[in-house]
Design a protein around this ligand. Sequence first.
Ligand code: LRH
Ligand code: MN
Ligand code: MN
Length: 388
Amino acid sequence: MSVLTPEIQSALAQQAIELPSWAFGNSGTRFKVFGTPGTPRDPFEKIADAAQVHKYTALAPSVALHIPWDLVDSFDDLRTHAEDLGVTLGTINSNTFQDDDYKFGALTHEDAAVRRKAIDHHLACIDVMHATGSRDLKIWLAEGSNYPGQADMRGRQDRLQESLQEIYARLGDGQRLVLEYKFFEPAFYHTDVPDWGTSYAQVAALGDKAMVCLDTGHHAPGTNIEFIVMQLLRLGKLGSFDFNSRFYADDDLIVGAADPFQLFRILFEVIRGGGLNNPDVAFMLDQCHNVEDKVPGQIRSVLNVQEMTTRALLVDRDALAAAQRSGDVLEANRIFMDAFYTDVRPALAEWRESRGLPADPMRAFADSGYLARIAADRVGGVQAGWGA
Ligand code: LRH
Ligand code: MN
Ligand code: MN
């Protein structure tokens, strides 16, 4: 009998992981951006590539956009294009990190004129959300300082709250704001939204439509991320995830590649907290594929999340609770680890086939010849990249 009980199958069937449009563009480090043949030249082609991931996995029904990277003449056209390809447009990410005016901050800036410009950008993003049908506005701020004494950290928190209030007030019915934290980079001494506590304090002061976004790569090494997941779910304030993995800092590598056990632990707390199929929690990838092909990189990523979700669903929670209650440390740990060590790949392959999907989506995509086709078709023009 398959390890996938009917309950596990129905939980998995509902799983949805949003893809970032920027994962399909060229990206790299500050040393070199390697181009890939067939890289999308515009947002329409990014959506077409993203739709391939969904086609082979049924796991990725929506695509997040980044503004202005994904600015188009008509978002209505982009939305129709996406829907024709079987996907929808998802979270709208604002961008206040590539403009000279924001050198010393955007929503926190000392100068009211710069704050105005940054707030207006977010209001324009909300207009985009109306056209795309998006629910969430994701705000990540590259704001902070490099040297002690450089900035009035307290004043910046106050200005941040004021700016966010104006943005929040513009949200339509059913729209939300999610505030992403990151402990450093590009600022190296202090960051204005460095941790979940600051994000929580800022969004709690706004209201119910504001939530925290947790990007797995945005924590100091050794941070117990699953504890934060547990706490935010407990507080009803976990709005979204940016999944990726890291060896050193914000590496944006394939989720589950660096530390599958951490991904398992995070997903266990998601399930424990009722977040897996809870529509209030949006699961997304936030990754770049610097040296590997982008579409298969994204297919691998959503499969990694599916695999670790399955293992986390296998934890015998009743037996675990009994062991925890009786103080049986080693038995509790054994139950947890048994689920983690279960190889669910054959069962998942079988289950996919039973749903009319390829047993091995990586292989099926490779056999489709799509990469060779886009490499031949998309010659000329400027390739879109991270930041273009
Ligand atoms: C910042 C971040 C944020 C941005 C994305 C491109 O490091 O995680 O989510 O929008 O990278
Ligand atoms: Mn992110
Ligand atoms: Mn990041």
